[in-house]
Design a binder for this molecule. Structure first.
Ligand code: PEP
Ligand code: MN
Length: 374
């Protein structure tokens, strides 16, 4: 059961206290309070956790400051949209808002290799006013003999250079709780020069202990990548794991699914699921065209398949794009063949802007039709 307070009622208020007091009267029910940043307003939500079937919603609906009470199904209790009855679950981090309405591009290195390449990449982003990037320090590789990432050694210069170029949020994969500590320590040591969105890679979508670890901290937001060989529902449950531990600052990333039916692409591109995830859940949705397509194939029209896949995700309403760039892809230590060059960044951003504008026009059109019919 979710009790939604009227806007303006803070978590620390007499009204919320009263709801919690009422909830305590019921056996085995505990409460979890969250302030949710919606797209048009922010509200405090109180979750009643435990055997709520016998708890009458009327007890709460009549309390002062309560806007409404929603009974939720077992599926996606926290991250679910519950038939549109709850607000979307946006969040703000380092002054940047992430929601189902916002739009940000995260170009960057798949794997950090040299300080110089990080500097060049961030400098290119800064020239375009981009404050969000991706940087891999810990790389889970298929072969143990492949480059595993520089790990914590590179964090000081990555964070320092991000600060220098005004990059505020870096999506960075972590694969164990130790990495999480290393990232937090390095951020602190950098004087919080930048911020990190912890990335849960496709291979860890069912690493439940890791999901719980990132869920138990609220300092850093989380970007969960779809599991490559599991259902969408199973992947969304990865987000529910994180949210149920307390961290609601989560974005979900589509990155293709593993299937030979995806040939000649690295994975079968699944960006038609963007609206599905936005309908089922409250989270902003990201697409990763680089790991989906996996190469620099060019269409008969002259556009790279990565550009096409990006546009497909963006025109369907994606809120973030995670994309591999490298100053010298031939020298990249991981995923060079799918990296775009920094010279291609302006064209990529222009193409993305065309797709985003088309998406906004599509939404305006359908909203106009609905308004005229009302
Ligand atoms: C990545 O984004 O660097 C990555 C390894 O992606 P995925 O987990 O989707 O394969
Ligand atoms: Mn990669």
């Amino acid at each position: 059961m979710i009790i939604i307070m009227t806007p303006g009622i803070q978590a620390a208020s007499a009204e919320v206290e009263e709801v919690v007091r009422q909830a305590r009267k019921h056996k085995d029910i505990r409460t979890d309070i969250h302030e949710v940043l919606g797209t048009t307003r922010s509200v405090t939500e109180i979750y009643l956790i435990g055997p709520t079937a016998t708890v009458p919603s009327d007890d709460f609906a009549a309390l002062p400051g309560v806007e409404r009470v929603i009974r939720v199904s077992d599926r996606y209790k926290v991250i679910g949209r519950h038939r549109g009855l709850v607000e979307v679950m946006g969040f703000e981090y380092r002054g940047i808002t992430f929601s189902q309405e916002s739009f940000h591009v995260f170009p960057g290195l798949c794997a950090v290799d040299t300080r110089e390449h990080v500097d060049q990449t961030f400098a290119a982003l800064a020239r375009h006013g981009i404050r969000t990037s991706r940087m891999g320090a810990y790389k889970p590789r298929t072969s143990p003999y492949d480059f595993q990432g520089h790990g914590k050694e590179c964090l000081p210069y990555v964070f320092e250079l991000a600060g220098k170029h005004g990059v505020q949020v870096i999506a960075m994969e972590v694969t164990t709780a130790r990495h999480l500590d290393e990232v937090r320590d390095a951020l602190r040591a950098s004087g919080d020069a930048t911020g990190v969105m912890l990335q849960i890679g496709t291979r860890n979508a069912q690493n439940f202990e890791l999901l719980k670890e990132v869920g138990q901290q609220r300092e850093l937001p989380v970007l969960v990548k779809r599991g490559m060989g599991i259902t969408l529902e199973e992947s969304l449950n990865a987000c529910e794991y994180i949210a149920s531990e307390g961290n609601r600052s989560i974005a979900f990333c589509l990155r293709g699914v593993k299937s030979h039916l995806g040939d000649p692409h690295r994975n079968l591109v699944d960006f038609a699921h963007v609206p599905a995830v936005k309908r089922l859940t409250r989270m902003p949705v990201c697409v990763d065209p680089s790991h989906s397509v996996g190469g620099r194939m060019e269409g008969a029209d002259g556009l790279l398949d990565i550009f096409h896949a990006t546009a497909q995700g963006v025109i369907a309403g994606a809120n973030m794009v995670l994309v591999d760039f490298h100053p010298l892809p031939s020298k990249a230590l991981c995923d060079g063949p799918q990296a775009l060059t920094l010279d291609e960044l302006p064209g990529f951003l222009e193409d993305v802007a065309i797709a985003r504008e088309a998406y906004e026009k599509r939404v305006a059109r359908v909203r106009g039709v609905a308004a005229r019919a009302a």
